[in-house]
Design a protein around this ligand. Sequence first.
Ligand code: PMV
Length: 313
Amino acid sequence: MKSKASAPAKVILFGEHFVVYGVKAILCSINKRVTVTVEKTSERKIFINSKIGKLVLEPDKSIAEIDSPLKPFYYLANKAIKNKDIGLHIEIDSEIPLGAGLGSSSACCVAGAAAIFKLFGEISKEKILELAIEAEKTIFENTSGADCTVCTYGGIMEYDKINGFKKIEDEPNFQLVIVNSNIQHSTQSMVSKVQQFKNENKEEFSKLANLESKLVEEVLKLVKEKKTKEIGEKINQNQKYLETLGISNNELTKMIKIGQKSSFGAKITGSGGGGCIFLLTNESNLQNILKEFKDSNYECFSTKIDFQGVNTF
Ligand code: PMV
């Protein structure tokens, strides 16, 4: 018997990095997915296969000893077959670019948890999220949990570490364009970089976190009022805060400059240092923006909000 699950990528609209320190963020999931297929095997081995490589290991290995980006899948599989005389075969198929700030690893953890544990009985979204965050922590200990939450529940939501998530029910009337710098980044090292900034500039960081918090509250009102142009201005403002944290670079700054000229607003999404930026626009301007970036040889696409979250089938 095969078990299958898929989970969406995400965009952090506001509040990345600050969310690690308790500030509220606004996120949405988008229509690019990872699909995980799992099957029980009689041989007691964990076999994981994806485009980025293979991992074949005996169960019960220490997680700290495993040096592979597929480690979260091993963690989940090992937990699921504990005290059972079976193995698992896991196949991963993803349309989400890797290391690009679109939540590829969180979507993998969510789809992985859902597909693996569904083999052993029905599983709630709440439990999937709990397992996914545990798995994500094997590669990124300080995760805020925001990415896994939006990949699980889908849609557009506010999130903070203490209160969890609250869905935003007003369906936005804007369009998003994603542009990829094609520079891979590591979330862990970008979060460490911001931690260092915070340690060296305590007062400035605290001022920025307060400004971000205020900005997010203002955006929540603007989303209700469907004021796209004003939301765009807040996106540009948030980008300035991210630049102060030091997570931009020449390439991203160049992309942001093009984006801010042609849209309502543009900023980095995710941990920065590479990865993607996103632009806020409307239907009438969409094709012009895509053409402008494509003419400059950037990989870009327009995207829609995914309202499903994790899906098992
Ligand atoms: O770059 P990504 O997709 O891994 O996003 C990380 C978001 C951070 O706020 C920087 C970290 C977190 O855990 O929320």
